[in-house]
Design a protein around this ligand. Structure first.
Ligand SMILES: NC(=O)N[C@@H](CC(=O)O)C(=O)O
Ligand SMILES: [Zn+2]
Ligand SMILES: [Zn+2]
Length: 441
């Protein structure tokens, strides 16, 4: 694969003072020269011209990797661009994001995927990896030229029809076979479309009471198990997007026990919110898959802590005001996620004692980097390693206000919520991309 390095050329040096790698031990200093960690110790000195970041005793983590972001470029630059989405990512502590293929035109050919890749490099705030579509036009009829996209400048390594499910089992089987030959990963939006016609909310007591059409858990779970079996027989790897149900957790556990090469992500919103949020009928809470029930939320938290669900992915899905400020059934599904992800993991897993900071590094950086085989992300914080880092102040809190976020859209379901923990700086290959709530380029 050609695309192992990204946008920002490593130059100069950065000294991060008084940080605790993985939240462990006493504060120490970390020196970065030309994109690489060169020294870790107490009272490290640096040459003149070195940029100094005061970590104030906060936590140092490997930069986060998001396997599931919607950047909306090309086609819906009114709602997000590669620049604005990259800014949101850098401010959220991310050093790599995977941009989903459901753009307009669809990223089903190397012209589109290579353009997204190049634009990401030009912006230079985060490594933007385009996801290629599995089928032409996301239409679920004909396989896209995955090999061409993988061979292009972007070196596409993940393919998904996200937004839609590859529901035809024979096509999915072929896609898995091709992907295995190419050494790339298929990520499935697990939703049996025949079971979700008109559905807008989790099928259950809340939807019944509110008169909203239900999206049954089985629509997700039937595809998860089907694809696990198809992957088993094809000797392929399969990744499940935005796992949302207790049953999906049990199926993942079973499949992993069988030795099937299945991985899965969970979104921050499915860890924090449930369908009781729908009482107001505010479409800001409409998302695919829908917010589920308390027991699903609990199962997903446990599964992430245990490693049954491998990682956190934001499914950052910007939408324009007019697509959200309308009747619930008409509104587009999706929520912003990049700038609130880390605080929600702190709230739902660190505070209750389900994960320590090592665990946060695992689910937000190391595992996602491994799943897509990035060699320069999710690396240990050690001398000689690439300096892709996030500095976190675990003791400050902030209040979410949509218009203050870097995104061009403001559809955050976390509006007015107080978030614990702040990302105070992000470093991409030794270049400071975000600092004190501002991007640097
Ligand atoms: N999650 C969503 O509700 N929406 C996503 C598509 C998707 O992730 O399925 C979008 O592109 O808006
Ligand atoms: Zn999806
Ligand atoms: Zn998505």
């Amino acid at each position: 694969m050609s695309a192992t390095t990204g946008s920002v050329p490593p130059t100069g040096s950065v000294l991060i003072r008084a940080v605790r790698p993985y939240g462990e031990g006493d504060p120490i200093d970390v020196l970065v020269v030309d994109g690489v960690i060169t020294e870790i110790g107490s009272a490290v000195t640096a040459s003149e011209g070195t940029e100094v970041i005061d970590g104030k005793g906060g936590v140092l983590l490997p930069g986060f990797v998001d396997l599931h972001t919607h950047l909306r470029e090309p086609g819906r630059e009114d709602t997000e661009t590669i620049r604005s989405g990259s800014a949101a990512a850098a401010l959220g502590g991310y050093t790599a994001v995977f941009a989903m293929a459901n753009t307009s035109p669809v990223a089903d050919n190397s012209t589109v995927t290579d353009n997204v890749w190049r634009s990401g490099r030009e912006v230079g705030l985060v490594d933007v990896y385009p996801v290629g579509a599995v089928t032409v036009g996301l239409a679920g009829k004909q396989l896209a030229e995955m090999g061409m996209m993988a061979a292009g400048a972007a070196g596409v390594r993940m393919f998904s029809d996200d937004g839609k499910c590859v529901d035809d089992p024979l096509l999915m089987r072929r896609a898995l076979e091709y992907a295995t030959g190419l050494g790339v990963l298929i990520a499935q939006h697990a939703e049996e479309p025949r079971l979700t016609i008109g559905a807008v909310a989790n099928e259950g007591p809340t939807a019944s009471r509110l008169g909203l059409a239900g999206w049954p858990r089985a629509a997700e779970e039937s595809i998860v198990i089907r694809d696990a079996l198809l992957a088993r027989d094809a000797g392929a790897r399969i990744h499940i997007c935005h796992a949302s149900t207790e049953g999906t957790v049990e199926l993942l556990r079973w499949a992993k026990d069988q030795g099937i090469a299945i991985t899965a992500e969970v979104t921050p919103h499915h860890l924090l919110l449930d369908d009781s949020r729908l009482e107001t009928y505010d479409p800001v809470n409409k998302v695919n898959p829908p917010l589920r029930e308390v027991r699903d939320k609990e199962a997903l938290r446990q599964a992430l802590a245990e490693g049954i669900v491998d990682c956190v992915a934001t499914d950052h899905a910007p939408h324009a005001a007019q697509e959200k400020c309308c009747e619930f059934a008409q509104a587009k599904p999706g929520m912003l996620g990049l700038q609130t992800a880390l605080p929600i993991i702190v709230e739902t897993l660190v505070k209750p004692g389900l994960l320590d900071w090592r665990g946060v590094a695992r689910v937000m950086s190391e595992r996602p980097a491994q799943i897509v085989e990035l060699t320069d992300q999710g690396r240990p914080i050690e001398v000689g390693e690439p300096a892709n880092l996030a500095v976190v102040d675990p003791d400050t809190s902030w209040v979410v206000h949509g218009p203050d976020l870097a995104s061009l859209s403001a559809n955050t379901p976390f509006e007015t919520m107080t978030m614990p923990a702040t990302v105070t700086a992000t470093v991409l290959r030794g270049v400071v991309t975000a600092r004190d709530g501002q991007v640097t380029r």
